[in-house]
Structure formats: C-alpha cells, structure tokens
Design a protein around this ligand. Sequence first.
Ligand code: TYD
Length: 207
Amino acid sequence: MIISFEGLDGSGKSTQIRMLSEKLEMIGKKYTVLREPGGNSISENIRQILLDKNNYAIENETELLLYIASRIQLVKNCIIPLLNDGNLIILDRFADSTTAYQGYGRGMDLKVIRFLNNFATIDGKYMPDITFFLDMETDASLSRMESRGEEINRMESADSEFFKKVRNGFIEISKNEPGRVIRINAANIKEKVFSDIESVLKERNII
Ligand code: TYD
C-alpha cells in the first residue's frame, strides 16, 4: 500500500504526515515515510541540484528529467524492497507533483509527463493507492511558506502566478482521478484536516 501527500509548499503536508505516523505507531502498523525528491542518497544528490538557487539557468526539460530520475531511483531502490518487507509507504510528494509543477506550472507537455511518470512507476504499478491533495488558497500557502523563516529554495522562489497554475494542476488531477486523489480542505485547523484524512483511511480499511 502506497499513500502519497501532495499540495503546494506550505499546505501542511509535513504536519499531516507526522500526525499519521504517530497514529500508525500507536496501532503498531509497519510503515516508512519517504520524501521526494530524495529518500535515498542518490535522489538526495539530485535534490541538491534541483533546489539549489544558483542553478537558476536549469532548463525545464532538465528539471523534469531530474525529478523523474530521482523518482525511478526511489521506486527501485526503496519503495519496492520496503513494500516487499510489508511496509505501508507514505510519500511526501510523488508523481502528481511533476504533473502539477512541471506540467501545469511550467507548461510542459502533459503527454510527455504521463509517459515519464508511467516509466518511473514501472507501468504505473507503483503509483499510490491513495493520494491526499491538501488544498488551500495559493496566497495562504505562500504566506505560510514565507512565515516558516526557512531559506526559500529554487522552486519556492517562483512567482505567485506559477503557484496558481500548480494549484489548478492539482485540482485537475483530483477531478480526473477521483478514486485515487482525495482533495482535502487544508485551510482548516490541523486536527480537522487530520480527522478528514483518518476518515478516508478508515473507510478504506487501512487503519
Ligand atoms: P521541498 O522543500 O521538499 O518542498 P515541500 O516541503 O513543500 O515538499 O521541495 C520540493 C520542491 O520540489 C517543491 O517546491 C515542489 C517541487 N517538485 C516539483 O517541482 N516536481 C516534482 O516532481 C516534485 C516531487 C517536487
């Protein structure tokens, strides 16, 4: 079982993943959290290239292929062995981020992205079973991101028009795949957001 969390930067993914981890811990379910891009040393190296602000000259095609390369490495190197070992996998971002950020945000060809995501997930076999799209107004997520006080990385330094397109991308994905992608109102307080997530997981007999 693979569960992914998606949404704009600042939408509260990390908090919800932490709350879910605590719940899984409590009920004694074996799980692993992996982040994208990253999750293993090679993908973390790729992450450095992608998020380094000095790499502003990176071409859209290069950016896309690096996210895909990082994903393939994560699938083959981590996800498959961990699943075989009986883990529930929780992903902090995955294939939908590429569709939303590189496809809708950067305006790259969605057919190419579909092909590459399919390639990275071994013909879709390792696509998530459930994806929680934590949705909130773009301006609200941007101000949350800025108030974190952390240094803004290369992706986060894009303008608000870009993030509006990304959000729209996530909304489109959730409309196109309503069985897999569940849109959650992330503007609510974190306890309410978590109880919405918990209800879906209970309904599907996962927890
Ligand atoms: P990160 O600091 O992990 O952001 P967050 O904490 O919000 O998840 O940085 C990852 C950045 O990379 C984030 O801005 C989204 C972007 N991204 C893409 O553009 N395409 C992708 O396929 C993935 C996985 C992430």
